[in-house]
Design a binder for this molecule. Sequence first.
Ligand code: ARG
Length: 459
Amino acid sequence: MSLWGGRFQDGSSAMFRRVNDSFPFDRVLASQDIRGSIVWSRAICKAGVLSKDEQQQLESALNALLVKADAGELDFDASTEEDIHSFVEATLIEQLGDVARKLHTGRSRNDQVATDFRLWCREHVDLLTQDLELVIRSLLNTAKANQEVILPGYTHLQRAQPVRYPHWCLAYVEMFKRDLSRLRDLKARLNQCPLGSGALAGTVYPIDRQEIAEQLGFASPCLNSLDAVSDRDYVLETLFAASTSMMHLSRMAEDLIFFNTGEAGFITLGDQVTSGSSLMPQKKNPDALELIRGKCGRVFGSLQAMLVTMKGLPLAYNKDMQEDKEGLFDAMTQWHICLCIASEVVDTIKLDAQRCAKAAREGYANATELADYLVGKGIPFRTAHDISGQVVLGALAQKKAIEELSLDELKKYSDLIEDDVYGILQLEYLVNKRCILGGTGAEPVAKALDAALAQFAVK
Ligand code: ARG
């Protein structure tokens, strides 16, 4: 059933249908479209367009459809409808006849689709919020189980200073907490209801937009009809939130891929989330993590695509906007999958505490400590930095660690160096010295971990 056939003499070409129809992908909005229609039927009943009896007929037919939609039992494949809106309307007309032909009074697919899509976004923002909390909990669990593990911290992928493993975990927890707050923020802007804005100019029927918004769970109605039907900021914001979070996931994946290499050997990953090679029997590859990294491409691509689609569109609705859906559907699906698999991967992490500590001890990660030691003896930091650098150079030449040099050897660089230097060069000592707020010392890390465990109710 076409929603607009009256002024046309010829039918659409097959290729036009192919470019124009959105039913193949917007059918996932069935539940939202039906719920919007139920509320609309009540609104136009109150406005005197439908009798109470007509409204009841519509509402019970729509409710029956909703049950089917939510159970995934709507027969989409038998339909040749243009979009989900015409599908729902045609299904109702088939069942109820003329009563159903009244449902679209005062409404346009423009405010209808904007409402459906906002509802879909809002529901998925809630779903992704749960997914983010899942990853956070996994990180907190592995942090809690491995509180004493120290591993090298890197800059430029060169060993820089040792850090506690929970400190590394909590760094990603901070990122995912920001992703959560991004979803909270955007939800407030997304949570406005376009229904009642008509095609672009509002509707002539005296409907109560406040009540419609409330019934659909929106915080308020959109305030300008032109904006309401043509705004897709919420799509962009959601894609940006997805992209930023995927970037965080990808960085975490990259760290873990490196930790899992034969060369680093800090962690091993479970068989459940890795795969083998068809040729090389010894291989166990971190595919899940690589795919998290890889899927960033399509998610970032959807954000870029939507920005380009919206740029330069005149007010109000243009069919270009139908392109808003596939990218967001895909991005949210990939983000969901990546968060869930990231949580599973983190749950399988087994740390090799010895290898972590050994690597943290190597690579002269205590050179800064030596400089700070000299500062303690009254040497200006810049000079101390230089002396410590020379010690590293000398130790490197002998293929030794700083603490493996004898006191006599060390004294050649500065006669202020005494026997007490060996204590401060120890791994635990130099990690725990960083006990400032936000630092990697045992105390601030334990505090941060406790706070996060309480915030996310991890037992
Ligand atoms: N399928 C369309 C979309 O997703 C619905 C809106 C169509 N409106 C119109 N005036 N052609 O954007």
